[in-house]
Design a protein around this ligand. Structure first.
Ligand code: HPA
Length: 277
């Protein structure tokens, strides 16, 4: 079976299970500790990733692996609760995202909103902040678009100038201002992980223009942008990266801090999805 066959099977499976009178407009991927938003979904059909053919598999604590197809703030939305990371296994993570994101594109999704925990590379951006991704540095060493290109899906050589949709970004900034939610813009450096960065890597990332560092976002953005979705991403800043504070980053700390950011992020997302509806 080819990748295209897999995508078609996944799309057909989801179409079969989707709610009635529902045409998805947007999708949302929830990062570690950011699951609270899924409880705001209305009338959702919830399916375990394990049941969906060729779909994501999740293993990390804080990622439960459920797909919600319903409404968020009145907008027909698909919500991914739990993500697969590249560090879980070479290529598997990439192919699973390729299938999942191209399948939801085939269902009609236009906007993909990514959320993720990230470490701050900037002393003025303290843990607990929300950073909207304006651009990224893909330092994972992987690219999900490597391999034969299907021109019907997207171009061989996609340009990345508008990879994080400028119109949607300014829209979200307006919502943040109106709702009095502090939101800054910055550059996200995507690393393969699973280790947190060394102090030397952190200095390199600062030098090359990154504001925050994490282990997701870039892969999903590349796949989604390539197949024509408008992408936006918000990071919950959960910690200072190595060397910026006396506290060494840990997974437990990132989960705890993400949960603290979750309320404000939920409010922001809700406002955004409400304005879509
Ligand atoms: N580095 C990489 N990924 C992360 C971090 C970090 O400091 N915090 C949350 N995700």
């Amino acid at each position: 079976m080819t990748l295209t066959d897999h995508i078609q099977e996944t799309t057909a499976f989801l179409r079969d299970r989707q709610p009635e009178n529902w045409q998805p407009q947007a999708a949302l991927i929830l990062g570690s500790g950011l699951n609270q938003i899924s409880t705001a979904m209305q009338d959702a059909v919830v399916i375990d990733y394990d049941e969906i053919p060729h779909f994501l598999r999740t293993q990390v604590e804080g990622h439960s692996g459920k797909l919600h197809m319903g409404w968020l703030g009145g907008a027909p939305t698909i919500c991914f609760q739990g993500r697969q990371h590249l560090y879980e296994g070479p290529r598997q993570g990439i192919d699973a995202w390729t299938v999942a994101l191209r399948a939801i594109r085939a269902l009609g999704v236009d906007i993909l909103f990514l959320t993720a925990a990230a470490g701050s590379l900037n002393k003025t951006m303290t843990p607990g902040s929300l950073m909207m991704v304006a651009d990224h540095l893909n330092l994972t060493g992987y690219n999900p678009l490597v391999g034969p290109n299907d021109e019907a899906t997207g171009p061989r050589f996609p340009n990345m100038g508008r990879a994080y949709d400028p119109d949607l970004r300014s829209w979200l900034l307006d919502i943040a201002i109106a709702d009095n939610i502090p939101l800054v813009e910055g550059v996200y450096a995507g690393m393969l992980g699973p280790n947190f960065e060394t102090a030397a890597e952190v200095r390199m990332l600062q030098t090359i223009g990154a504001d925050a560092v994490g282990m997701s976002v870039t892969t999903e953005c590349l796949i989604a942008h390539h197949c024509g979705m408008r992408v936006m991403a918000c990071s919950a800043i959960t910690n200072f990266a190595e060397g910026l504070s006396s506290i060494a980053p840990t997974h437990e700390e990132t989960l705890e801090m993400a949960e603290q950011c979750s309320g404000r992020l939920t409010q922001l997302l809700f406002g955004f999805f409400e304005s879509l509806a």
